[in-house]
Ligand binder design. Structure first.
Ligand SMILES: Nc1ncnc2c1ncn2[C@@H]1O[C@H](COP(=O)(O)OP(=O)(O)O)[C@@H](O)[C@H]1O
Ligand SMILES: [Mg+2]
Length: 273
């Protein structure tokens, strides 16, 4: 199952969710590949991969399919392996992707062609998208079975969720990936003591998108951001933290929603379509 973690807002937790959900699913026995699709490379940095270690990032893999650079590159050339989880890193070059690949044939399918030989080796592929609906996000959506949308419970981000979904749906029609599902909305950085927060959560839950909202919400929790700064997951950094527990609950809810409740008996279930 290939999943885009996307929203055209920045700072809502796309990279944080990709990182911690990815490792949570791996801890539950799933084979996980995370792909950093954002030029800011936050996911790459959260995995402690430095730019000096980067020979090949997702940019070069896509460039190869756009007829630029080394055409012999294989996905394996870009993969970092961390025990249970694999990562294809991003580099700053991705910021030029819209420009560099604008003339490429079938330019929304460069990622699909770049990854086609490896995606089948994983149960779950998570694509950490940049904060826009540009060519890179479009490449991610074009191979995804589902999109998960993190948002904060702030006024403008909540308002932005329907606009983003509309944008995704328009794009899906354009490229005819009618299989793409809006998998869910993840509320992140919940501040439980603010009444506005709950008003906005209820606004989302009672609205037409209500069914999509995950019950498990991620609180504002300093362990989450501190872990990132250390290049660790929140489970490694502080397994007892509220943040770690919230991500565990989110991973269980995810599996319950999208697999045959494999978590109930601790057995791994395939989530491939
Ligand atoms: N639940 C949380 N609690 C505390 N800090 C968080 C939480 N979620 C994200 N952050 C911090 O907020 C910032 C933005 O998160 P990030 O995942 O990079 O967002 P995005 O990828 O959408 O731009 C990061 O510095 C991250 O550490
Ligand atoms: Mg990010």
């Amino acid at each position: 199952m290939i999943i885009s973690i996307a929203n055209f807002k920045g700072g809502v937790g796309k990279s944080t969710v990709t990182h911690n959900l990815g490792f949570a699913l791996a801890r539950r026995g799933f084979g996980v590949l995370m792909v950093d699709m954002d030029a800011q490379a936050n996911l790459t940095m959260s995995c402690n991969v430095g730019f000096s270690q980067l020979d090949v990032s997702v940019y070069e893999l896509m460039a190869a399919k756009a007829g630029k650079g080394d055409k012999q590159l294989k996905p394996e050339d870009a993969i970092f392996r961390f025990g249970d989880v694999d990562l294809i890193p991003a580099s700053i070059l991705l910021a030029r992707a819209d420009l560099d690949f604008s003339g490429a044939v079938n330019r929304e399918r460069l990622l699909a062609r770049a990854l086609k030989d490896v995606v089948g080796e994983y149960d779950i592929v998570l694509l950490d998208c940049p904060p826009n609906l540009g060519l890179v996000t479009q490449n991610a959506l074009a191979i995804s079975d589902m999109v998960l949308i993190p948002t904060t419970a702030e006024f403008l981000p909540v308002k932005g969720v329907d606009i983003f979904i509309q944008g995704v749906q328009d794009f899906v029609e354009e490229i005819e990936n009618s299989d793409l599902a809006i998998g869910g909305i993840i509320i992140n950085m919940l501040n439980k003591s603010r009444s506005l927060t709950w008003e906005l959560v209820n606004l989302l839950k009672d609205g037409p998108l209500g069914e999509l909202v995950f019950e498990s919400m991620i609180p504002v929790n300093v362990a989450i951001s501190e872990a990132q700064a250390q290049g660790q997951t929140v489970y490694d950094y502080n397994p007892e933290s509220k943040g770690a527990k919230a991500f565990e609950a989110l991973a269980d809810e995810f599996l319950k929603r999208f697999t045959n409740e494999g978590v109930e008996n601790g057995e791994k279930e395939s989530v491939n379509h």
